[in-house]
Write a protein that binds this ligand. Sequence first.
Ligand SMILES: Cc1ncc(COP(=O)(O)O)c(C=O)c1O
Length: 401
Amino acid sequence: MKTSESTANIISQDQIYYLNTFGARTPVVLTKGKGCQVTDLDGKTYLDLVAGIAVNVLGHGNDHLVTTIAKQAGQLIHCSNLYYNVPQTELAKRLTQWADMEKIFFCNSGAEANEAAIKLVRGYFNRSGSERYRFYSALNSFHGRTLATITATGQPKYNKPFAPLPEGFDYLPFNDIEALKTVVEKSDTAGIILELVQGESGIHPVSQAYATQAEKLCRDNGVMLIVDEIQTGMGRTGSFTACQTYGIRPDIITMAKGLAGGLPIGAVLAQGDVTTGFTPGSHGTTFGGNPLACAGSMAVLDEFERLDLISAVRQQGTYFLNVLQDVQATFSDRIADVRGKGLMLAIDFYKNEAPAMRDNLLAAGVLVNATGPNTLRLLPPLIITTAEIDQFRNILTDVLA
Ligand SMILES: Cc1ncc(COP(=O)(O)O)c(C=O)c1O
């Protein structure tokens, strides 16, 4: 894509100063947004079907979120966890109720939430003198970028370069109940870490039977089930948590991404015996649960109620999937599969054309994400309208043609 001088300048400065973690990013510099639209430095507007990777659940520039953040910033941005603060306590109560859990801990990101969940389980078993310490996660899973969470991530490309890795992590074939059965029966198994819908690897839901069995097998064998809802939480699959979509209640749920509509926040929600895994001083954070992020998250939950967003996700998720199925029927020689759970959607191509499609859609004014050579992932803001989904249908059809 052709870039203007000011865009080219930002990109070249980034290449000089930023550590080379992101390689060549999509060559646009985003400056502002409203609803499901974002605008770049050159004034070009895009339909945003990435939403900051499932973060901007209310889209951009939501009035209630913006005024709440501004008001809270004027009152108290940060005070540390040496003291109590009102938004943190209010959010703790509201989120544990919404997610049907008992206790919560706030941090700043998804990786930190999973790291804390791993510590909570180890803390619980170590304190009770148990020999359980091993975790099992799925192949092709993604759980974050800290040392423990890259190790829990079942993709060698993320963890191999950083060996030696922490001990006690192993992998299971995705969605394989028999494989799960063998490991939960081992006396040293502490926890199963599971995405109910694998997001980073291209929107792959576990079967209902697998989710039900994971809960039952863990409970029957004294193993802790950690459900990683960093991406699936906050209404994305059509219930507040994907656990509710699947009708299961694990020991731990981790959330982040959309929790505060764009402010950095993560959470570990727990219920039952495992909640005793932390004792005073055994875990902590400077920024986690600060009043600004928590007030932002409260505003997001207010908007969920006002807009009845969970019902909207179910409705628009079904509509969006139907649209993708129509497009697939028209281009059945190119599109191998379309799938979705709520507003987590994917398009698989037969050939390695996903990156080129992403670039062509960008040129046509739509942001989508390619999770691999064959797969496009769509994670729109939860406020997306039928007209915007139709707009995408038309652009996608033109681009494919
Ligand atoms: C399922 C899942 N877990 C954990 C993470 C890590 O979250 P963060 O990037 O906020 O650390 C991600 C991020 O994409 C995710 O999708």
